[in-house]
Design a binder for this molecule. Structure first.
Ligand SMILES: Cc1ncc(COP(=O)(O)O)c(C=O)c1O
Length: 435
């Protein structure tokens, strides 16, 4: 905050399509989709209309013992587009709460299913995982910069190395490694499956870690291991859901159906805070009983199933259909890869990772040794500040710069974004303080 207070504040007042407009009238390209949430551009007429129409009926009524038409219709729509087998929907407000709910449901499920067995209440997750900022979500996360200070508050978990191919923890190379990083995971399953309630994973892309993309077949193998060892697979699709990876959900690239799935961010196309945890009928059934059985899942938020949020989320799914968003995205994903290609030649660009419409540029102090810039150098921040001066808003993750435009971004706008990014990296890495 001390440094932020010294920077020129940027106050966004309006938006249109891929642009954000500040209080001075200056236009910026929205290179992060306003942190993953915006899909069809700002001020989309269908989404604007959905909120206005719902507002004419009611803004909010609770989901405690009640329901509302948009919440019901949205649950039906979500089941239609979700990976097969996910047929039950539990609403909440944001990605972190959707994850908390998945964790709590998994623990309670095992208590209800096998009351006689010992506690099955530990979670396996990957190192460098990020599942949100609430305490349960932080417990299954592992990014020291964000989470380290709170260690004393967290519950114990089992951790495994992620598939970070550029910096392989096993010093191997894909594909000759044959995904050897899955072997230690299987060992953990073998030794600890009795106590493991679930394996929580960001499918295909570990986002906050710096867009670590898993090799093809990795997720499918994780699903097989979970099934073999009777551990629930919890897919955190908060970031990857709603088209970001090129399919509606990342799990669908590998034909994977998780047991629980957390969604938020793109759920409302960037209009309202809303989240959901989807699960199977098998898990739902375990919670049924008379009141006196006390099988109820005692978890609820005041704004759960908010009608405005659900109405705009329904419209969001409708726009996917009307505008053939996913089909139109495919050539743009290829264009993004082509546009990013020349950046690979830059002397301080170590790696470029892309999956779908998500790209990350990993900046390194030394390309040969892959030595990253130290955090204190704020390299990513400096690049994004330069990009901002040139009219593109991005976010850094340490020495990694992330580009994820709204899915509706046309190719010429995409080219403009990449050109600014290119110039910003060149300008900042050539600065005298770094040579
Ligand atoms: C994979 C993943 N899970 C959960 C979250 C938390 O979502 P929220 O910020 O809406 O709480 C995020 C946020 O970036 C995320 O990337």
């Amino acid at each position: 905050m001390q440094e932020w207070e010294q920077e020129e504040p940027l106050i966004i007042e309006r938006g249109k399509g891929a642009y954000l407009i500040d209080t001075e009238g200056k236009r910026y390209l929205d290179g992060t989709s306003s942190i993953w949430v915006n899909l069809h551009g700002h001020r989309h007429p269908t989404l604007d209309r959905a909120i206005k129409q719902q507002l004419d009926k009611i803004a909010h009524s609770s989901l405690f013992g009640l329901s509302n038409p948009p919440a019901i219709q949205l649950a039906q729509a979500l089941i239609r587009i979700a990976p097969k087998g996910l047929t039950r929907v539990f609403y909440s407000d944001d990605g972190s709460t959707a994850v908390e709910i998945a964790l709590k449901m998994a623990v309670q499920y095992w208590q209800l299913r096998r009351p006689e067995a010992g506690p099955k209440n530990t979670f396996l997750h990957l190192k460098l995982a990020y599942h949100g900022d609430t305490i349960g979500a932080v417990s299954v996360g592992n990014i020291d910069l964000f989470h380290g200070r709170f260690k004393s508050l967290l519950f114990p978990t089992a951790e495994a190395e992620p598939p970070y191919c550029y910096r392989c923890p096993l010093n191997m190379t894909y594909p000759s490694c044959r995904m050897a990083c899955l072997d230690p995971i299987e060992r953990i399953f073998k030794e600890r499956h009795r106590e493991l309630a679930g394996f929580i994973i960001e499918p295909l892309v570990q986002a906050a870690a710096g867009m670590l993309t898993s090799p093809p077949g990795y997720l499918k193998r994780v699903r097989e291991l979970c099934t073999k060892y009777n551990v629930l697979l919890i897919a955190d699709e908060v970031a990857t859901g709603f088209g970001r990876t090129g399919k509606m959900f990342a799990c669908q690239h590998e034909g994977v159906s998780p047991d629980l799935m957390a969604i938020s961010k793109g759920l409302t196309g960037g209009y309202m805070p809303l989240a959901a945890t989807l699960t199977t009928d098998e898990i739902y059934q375990a919670f049924l009983g008379t009141y006196a059985d006390f099988k109820t899942f005692f978890h609820g938020h005041s704004y759960t199933g908010n009608p405005l949020g659900c109405a705009v989320a329904l419209a969001n799914i409708e726009v996917f259909k009307q505008e053939k968003t996913l089909a139109r995205l495919q050539p743009k994903i290829k264009t993004m890869a082509r546009l990013l290609q020349p950046l690979r030649q830059l002397p301080y660009v170590g790696d470029i990772r892309q999956w779908g419409f998500i790209a990350a540029i990993e900046l390194v102090e030394d390309k040969m040794t892959r030595k990253p810039y130290p955090l204190e150098a704020r390299m990513g921040h400096r690049v994004t500040q330069e990009a901002r001066r040139q009219g593109l808003l991005l976010r850094p993750l340490g020495h990694i710069v992330v580009l994820l435009p709204p899915l509706s971004t046309d190719t010429s706008t995409l080219a403009r974004m990449v050109a600014i990014l290119h110039r910003a990296i060149t300008t900042v890495t050539a600065a005298p303080s770094l040579t």
